[in-house]
Ligand binder design. Structure first.
Ligand code: PLP
Length: 392
């Protein structure tokens, strides 16, 4: 008897939209071997520094091939605690306030599963990282998008939060600096947001994965502001600043009760992050800071290049204060962001991501990741100049 396997897929999963990024990369994949310059994938072009890879090899040589504690290796949790205290000004106890996860991706998923009851409302700024809204949908929560705008350099404002707030809002998901806009908040803006969160009794999930890649000013963690550590879960990882995407390693820090709730979910799903990656992460945290600074310098130089060139070409682009993404407005070409991305790929073989992939407020923009070599970026900008010129 033949049967339709679709009937076994849960309804809320069947209706989950396909990521706009994936959609676009299917198109890019079809052009393999055609000299495409990809400004698409949000991934460092640097290989993980050698000392970190060596630490992983050494762990294997020592026969470290087993599970670790659910929370992660104590030595790594101690290093995380020290690093977060030194770099973000927040103290977390390694014993019960730090959880090592399989990337920030797992930490985000755990947080929503641990804190969201069906019907709970989660606020997040938009444009935003593609996984937040689907992760909320997967736990039967409701997302509330709070728009950010190019005129504010895509900083989230307390005014926008207040305007979007609805009764029943329980969580605010923050990502500063932001993927895809590179926008972040000044300390003053963050203080107003913190005040709003206290007033509305919101739990804050703060994904600070790009914080080390802050080019202008100093990064401030909302968790470090008065009265905020007790209502914030700080999410961070190694993928971006430490160039460790493939290692799948991140962490969550927060009030012990909240970390324990996330741990409960984690122990029945992932159990623990890979011990090899944990050993590598320990090396990265304890001896890898110079590498982070070296890579950040390169990203900074590249940011200045693409922002200058995009504006010269006529693609209005604010200067992202952090991350490795530029988010230019492409409407001057007479194309919408999808048409722009598809035609640019077909005609000049440069891949960028249409801004709508990051929510409807990304309309009119594309995301260009500058985590690729300076020479490639010059080539990509030349090609874009030719493309935009031909549209005039
Ligand atoms: N959070 C943001 C804002 C991201 O941009 C990404 C990856 O692009 C992630 C989380 C996922 O990070 P990880 O590789 O640590 O799972």
């Amino acid at each position: 008897m033949s049967t339709d396997p679709n009937k076994w897929v849960a309804g809320h999963v069947a209706t989950l939209p396909k990521s706009g990024i994936r959609d676009f990369f299917d198109l890019v994949a079809k052009m393999k071997g055609q000299d495409v310059i990809s400004l698409g994938v949000g991934e460092p072009d640097f290989v993980t520094p050698w000392r970190v890879r060596e630490a992983a090899i050494y762990a294997l040589e020592q026969g470290k091939t087993y599970y670790t504690a659910n929370l992660g290796l104590l030595e790594l949790r101690r290093a995380i605690s020290k690093y977060v205290a030194e770099h973000f000004g927040v103290e977390y106890r390694p014993d019960d306030q730090v959880l090592v996860t399989v990337g920030v991706s797992e930490a985000v998923d755990l947080a929503f599963r641990a804190f969201c009851n069906p019907g709970d409302k989660v606020m997040f700024h938009q444009p935003c990282y593609v996984s937040y809204h689907p992760s909320v949908t997967l736990v039967h929560g409701t997302g509330i998008a709070v728009p950010t705008y190019a005129k504010d350099n895509f900083a989230l404002t307390a005014e926008a939060l207040r305007a979007a707030w609805q009764p029943g809002a329980k969580i605010l998901m923050l990502n500063l600096p932001c993927n895809p806009t590179g926008g972040t908040c000044t300390r003053e803006q963050l203080e107003k947001i913190a005040e709003f969160c206290r007033e509305k009794d919101l739990l804050v999930l703060s994904d600070e994965i790009y914080s080390e890649l802050t080019f202008d000013g100093v990064h401030t963690s909302i968790a470090s502001l008065p009265g905020m550590a007790e209502r914030t879960v700080f999410l961070h990882g190694f993928s971006k600043a430490f160039a460790m995407t493939g290692w799948r390693i991140g962490y969550a820090c927060g009030p012990a009760v909240l970390v324990d709730a996330m741990m409960k979910v984690h122990q029945y799903s992932m159990m623990c992050a890979s011990i090899i990656s944990q050993e590598a992460a320990l090396e990265a945290l304890t001896h890898g800071w110079d590498d982070v600074c070296r890579m950040r310098e390169q990203y900074h130089r590249r940011r200045d290049l693409v922002v200058r060139r995009f504006n010269e070409i006529g693609l209005k682009c604010h200067s992202p204060r952090g991350s490795f993404y530029a988010f230019p407005n492409v409407t001057a070409t007479g194309l919408d962001e999808k048409q722009f991305a598809v035609e640019l790929l077909e005609k000049e073989k440069v891949a960028v991501v249409p801004g709508q992939a990051f929510g409807e407020n990304g309309a009119g923009h594309v995301r260009a990741c500058f985590a690729t070599s300076y020479e490639q970026l010059i080539d990509a900008c030349d090609r874009m100049e030719r493309f935009v010129g031909a549209k005039r």
